[in-house]
Design a protein. Sequence first.
Length: 574
Amino acid sequence: MIPYKASIHYLCSKQKKGMERPLHFIEHIIEEDLTTGFSRENLRFRFPPEPNGHLHIGHVKAICLNFNLGKRYNAPVNLRFDDTNPAKEEQQYVDAIKENIQWLGYNWDKECYASDYFDQLYLWAQYLISKGLAYVDSQDSAAIASQKGTPTTPGRNSPFRDRSIEENSILFSEMKNGKHSEGSHVLRAKIDMASSNLLLRDPVLYRILYKTHHRTADTWSIYPLYDWTHGESDYIEHISHSLCTLEFKPHRDLYEWFLDALSPLNNLRPKQREFARMNLSYTVTSKRKLMELVSANHVSGWDDPRLPTISGLRRRGYTPASLLNFVDSAGVAKRDNVIDMSLLEHSIREDLNVNSPRVMAVLNPIKLTISNYPDGQEEFLEGEINPEQLDLGTRKIPFSKNIFIERDDFRESANKKFFRLTLEKEVRLKNAYIIKGESVIKDKDGNITEIFCTYDPDSKSGSGSEASMRKVKGTLHWVSQQHALRAEVRLYDRLFQVSSPDQDKLVDFKSHLNLGSLSTITAFVEPSLKGAKDYENYQFQRLGYFVVDPDSTLELLVFNKTVGLRDTWSKQNQ
């Protein structure tokens, strides 16, 4: 794979200047087709997920590619579920996929299923048998694999390759009617056991499988494989351009062979073309490996915020706009590459900086008492909701004698480069007053348990007084102790310790798991967050961006950290 380090500055400056994006190579293919006589009215695209897990960031690229082509050319886009393996597919995955696509802001023209075409696919398979282009093989999978050969040596014919058309037809019908056990027979295409493309060495079209299908129940005892189903489903749906990721490029010859074998075809003939999949650093995008993580409880489920699944990214606080912008920035390429995680994180920062309300929260609290503030007094100060959207106005922030600040924002003694609170030094409390450190209380182990300060009552932010205009180098966030809401905050790190956890095929990718990728703390947040709704995004001032988790209750808000205010990870790993 080619390492990919996009210039974030270039991408953003290009977007801000309103420069029109050049056509990517798939669009060039379509434009060329249109100039050589293909009718624009015949354009139709599809997104064909397998309902055996949740969609991930790589699928976002495929979703955007197909649905954006539909928008560009005012062409319909089908959502087709490749539901040919009932052993792994479930309705819950169908529902999750539909929800994910709609959450991203897309809607499909027709909702289709490969299982809709099982009858037609069976008839076409019988047609191949009648033309001597398919046969029933009664060997097990190991024997068939041993005869495949290698890229440099031809394969060997199955001993059942020359069965008569009549016998093949009867056996295939019996397979359909449940008269044979799993693994006893398969239907194979009769192509070329010496082909340089190993996929053309008599591929399997059908296998016997006694599993309940989530749509067809127990109607079928045989199920078609992907290569047989894919092109024929495209043909049935009148798909003009069947877009796949690069690993399916060798499958194109088989795609074309099946269409040729069924000729003459009266409908539009679909065209398969391939693009590079989305690979993201510090994670895995193989659905099989994601399933391993979920099944082995390395994560809490498909929507764990550490996973690159769409449901996990949503729970982490990513927005549809941030994901779509990220995919657009990464582009549509012809060669596989790895996109740096920092580009994804930059995309969500850009979105949330403009769109998320500002609030104050203290994650590692220490009590601070303002000695000269009147006992029992409280007041409500004003803070901006979002400096990027001044028309949103301000929010009320309660202030009192006892507040919480971050423990890391205080040192009993510090050098001149420490611009936060220390003894005999002044700092400003955000949206409030200037305070000065006076003394501390410690426990028996020498740990500071409370800080005592004094405040300048004339220094209130925005009061217009001369004291309020005084400049001090440090500004701290805080929350009023008596008004603060207790909250659970989940802090997430990268799920893997290395950028390419599945690169070495000899090493189990799970050995690279970051065992410290999740920590949960109790924090205090300002009371304006009471009643915050699931998936609402906020900027905790000076700390980063956080989102309300669905685990929240009326009694306890739960927040997930989405991303910091700046990219500290890349600096740590230089």
